[in-house]
Design a protein around this ligand. Structure first.
Ligand code: GLV
Length: 321
């Protein structure tokens, strides 16, 4: 029997799977992020930790959890975990790749379309009973999406799924910037690998799908926004700190760019007050990328499968190191 701690509420049937393998499972039943001191206390005697991408799992947590054998992150990104510290201690780290690709690509496109066609503003307008009749020069004139240029920063699974929607569904011309070329995307979607600067200057829409690393922290800063077209719309569903939020607010306020669809924030769950004030072509979501019932279930199942595998002495199914 091993001890497992789950830092958040997850589906009861997944907890049951752990219990029926005779493990002692403790699940934090409360809403909201776990406090640091509680996390440090809870890990002291556990063999496995199932955690959220908002839980900071650093060397101190690993030192407190000296029995830890696996950290199973509920998400594809794992910048919340110090993977070097885990490797040094021989702790397996797993994530949930694949499970959320299409779901997150759908949300990316939802934000892109909503910002371009000003759907949130239009919804508020109708609800305020201000729609008094069709006019040629109607309020809420938006930007076309069909046939425009879509720039993807980070052409991994999600970036490629977004490019596919753009090219096959909306006839978009695809540019991408990635560490490695994606020959599949080039063949299937006629995508073109370009420098970051070229992507900034040529794209009408820019979607951010790169992981957060030291190199990508504040990749979108004032200089980057200055290079973008003034009709450009940026969509970030990756990690907040890839975008310098002060610079984003400045770019939107000064008209350096036209709009934004934002799902992730620099100091999540805090949202920059400047962003909250901006409504025209700015759409905000509360980190909903993977948020469908089916996908969240799949993510919980993957985390539990990984824990069961490692605790029974087998290899992890989705190791990140
Ligand atoms: C969501 O942000 C994830 O990394 O899964």
């Amino acid at each position: 029997m091993a001890r497992i701690y789950v830092t958040c509420r997850i589906f009861e049937d997944e907890i049951e799977r752990l219990r029926s393998a005779e493990h002692d499972v403790r699940m934090r039943g409360e809403e909201g992020p776990i406090a640091r001191d509680e996390l440090l206390r809870r890990v002291t005697d556990v063999d496995a930790l199932i955690c959220l991408l908002s839980d900071v799992i650093d060397a101190q947590v690993m030192a407190a959890g000296h029995n830890l054998r696996i950290i199973a992150n509920l998400g594809v990104g794992y910048d919340n975990i110090d993977v070097h510290a885990a490797r040094e201690r021989g702790i397996v780290v797993t994530n949930t790749p694949g499970a959320l690709t299409e779901t997150t690509a759908d949300l990316t496109f939802a934000l892109l379309l909503a910002a371009a066609r000003r759907i949130v503003e239009a919804d508020e307008y109708v609800r305020a009973e201000r729609f008094l009749g069709w006019e040629l020069l109607q309020e809420h004139l938006g930007s076309d999406v069909f046939g425009k240029t879509l720039g993807i920063v980070g052409m991994g699974r999600i970036g490629t799924a977004v490019a596919r929607r753009g090219h096959l569904g909306f006839g978009m011309n695809i540019l991408y910037h990635n560490r490695h070329r994606s020959l599949d995307a080039e063949q299937e979607l006629n995508a073109r690998s370009v420098s970051f600067d070229e992507l900034l200057t040529e794209s009408d829409f820019i979607c951010v799908h790169t992981p957060l690393t030291q190199e990508t922290h504040h990749l979108f800063n004032r200089k980057a926004f200055r290079m973008m077209k003034d009709n450009a719309i940026i969509v970030n569903v990756a990690r907040g700190p890839v975008v310098d939020e002060d610079a984003l607010v400045w770019a939107l306020e000064t008209g350096e760019i036209a709009g934004a669809g934002i799902d992730v924030y620099e100091n999540e769950p805090k949202v920059h007050p400047g962003l909250l004030k901006l409504k025209e072509r700015v759409v905000l979501a509360p980190h909903l990328g993977s948020a469908t019932g089916k996908t969240r279930r799949r993510m919980a199942k993957i985390a539990v499968d990984n824990v069961l595998s490692v605790l029974s002495g087998r290899e992890p199914l989705d190791p990140v190191i």
